[in-house]
Design a protein around this ligand. Structure first.
Ligand code: UDX
Length: 429
């Protein structure tokens, strides 16, 4: 598919940076990747990929000759005009985005009329304007700046890069915006070319809206539990209205990950800092926090007190096909269970190594069947294919008790009951 195209720099080699690098290399660009983590850069040079993302390792290997890794910005500056910034913007204690890494990059870029920073990291609306002020103060007024937010989803990031729903380019209508548009042109995606502030807001508003959809359906699920309706049927009926759509109407034990919790909070804080109280987002966050804890109530309803009860968690990652544990619902769940005196075992096909860094007081099993052996109750936390496809008669035979809580509404209740288990989903009959 690739013919020689403009070289680019990518600063930061996390999920977004590596997928962007691999994607543009596949489209024909030489890509100069920069990261401050020397060990990571060494691993990437050896062809090792430090994160689990389906298809990424293969794509990086396929285009290895066009991918260059360094801890030094110099190579990227020498070879490329567009420097994509994909560094972390984690939440601070106040809920605002921490822009330390973004500012470090901005400070490191020398004055130049031939270079542009292309912001991929999710930053508050207004960041472009404040970086412009900083560049002016530092005598770097000629540096160009483009906001180009990333919408990829972990687990399907490579496919999302190749088939984006839209490409958003926020700039001042100069050469840099044109160059970014040109880079994306082979993907033939709908283009939103706009100003920097609007592009920044598209990203935050999109994530906040999707999170709102999830908290909304989770509240509907909770009402379904009181009224005898089944949220899966309700969501199907709602989603057929083209104005609503089927996607992101899956009720469960709450959203997690590196984006939704952080971005909803960041938008709420951003609004607050500007003097606007974003009432709706407070509820989206609160509903999500409570949703993670409702599983405890379900376990107590069936098992009574949890002291000494054996509970198995199937899946730990915040969603399937990733090893990412950031803001995973399993973190809250395992901590609550441990604090309530339950004996927790857990199995995740990929995320165990990451989980071990964040979770304490639980036993890690090397298979699902080992995790559920002797359990009084099992909770499906992450709907990995491997876990959805388990032989649940085998699960039932290995357990001491018979309660299965389907935290993702991913299983067929009839099949689970036929396997001899008591099924309880989220908002299901
Ligand atoms: C999200 C956005 O989708 C993506 O556009 C943005 O770039 C980054 O944030 P990601 O965090 O990778 O992507 O995962 P996503 O698939 O959106 O799921 C987020 C969370 O919501 C997961 O915990 C998932 O389990 C949960 N979710 C999603 C639901 O509970 N119900 C749904 O219907 C959909």
């Amino acid at each position: 598919m690739s013919t020689a195209r403009a070289p680019i720099g990518v600063i930061g080699t996390g999920y977004v940076g590596l997928v962007t690098a691999a994607g543009f290399a596949a489209l024909g660009s030489d890509v100069y990747c920069v990261d401050i983590d020397a060990e990571k850069v060494e691993r990437l040079r050896r062809g090792e990929v430090p994160i689990y993302e389906p298809g990424l390792e293969a794509l990086l290997a396929e285009h290895a000759e066009r991918l260059h890794f360094s801890t030094d910005l110099a190579d990227a500056l020498q070879h490329a005009s567009l420097l994509f910034v994909a560094v972390g913007t984690p939440p601070t204690y106040s809920g605002d985005a921490d822009l330390t890494a973004v500012h470090a990059v901005a400070d490191a870029i020398p004055a130049s009329k031939d270079h542009a920073l292309v912001m991929k990291s999710t930053v508050p609306c207004g960041t472009g304007a404040s970086l412009r002020r900083i560049f002016n103060e530092q005598g770097k007024a000629e540096l160009a700046y483009v906001s180009c937010p990333e919408f990829l989803k972990e687990g399907s990031a490579v496919a999302d890069f190749m088939n984006p729903d839209r490409v958003v380019v926020g700039d001042t209508g100069d050469w840099a915006g044109d160059a970014v548009v040109e880079l994306y042109s082979p993907l033939d995606a709908p283009l939103v070319r706009t100003d920097v502030a609007s592009a920044e807001m598209v990203k935050l508003a999109s994530n906040a809206f999707l999170a709102t959809k999830i908290s909304f359906i989770n509240e509907i699920a909770n009402v379904c539990e009181e009224t005898g309706a089944d949220v899966v049927e309700v969501a199907r009926g709602m989603g057929l209205d083209a104005r609503i759509g089927q996607k992101f109407l899956q009720a469960g034990i709450g959203f997690g990950g590196s984006c939704f919790p952080k971005d909803v909070d960041a938008l709420k804080q951003l609004a607050g800092n500007s003097g606007y109280h974003f009432q709706l987002l407070n509820s989206v966050i609160e509903v999500n926090d409570l949703q993670k804890r409702r599983v405890i109530g379900k376990l107590q309803k069936h098992l009574g007190g949890l002291v000494g009860k054996r509970v198995a968690l199937l899946g730990l990652a915040f969603k399937p096909d990733t090893d990412d544990m950031r803001e995973a619902s399993s973190l809250v769940l395992s901590a609550r269970l441990h604090a309530d005196g339950a004996l927790v075992s857990a199995y995740d096909p990929i995320a165990e190594e990451q989980a071990r860094k964040l979770v304490s007081g639980i036993t890690f099993a090397s298979s699902a069947i080992e995790a559920v052996r002797g359990a009084d109750a099992v909770v499906l936390v992450t709907e990995w294919r491997e876990l959805v496809d388990l032989d649940y008669s085998e699960v039932a035979a290995a357990m001491d008790g018979e309660l299965l809580i389907d935290g993702r509404n991913a299983l067929d209740p009839e099949a689970i009951r036929a396997a001899g288990l008591t099924y309880e989903g989220i908002g299901r009959r």
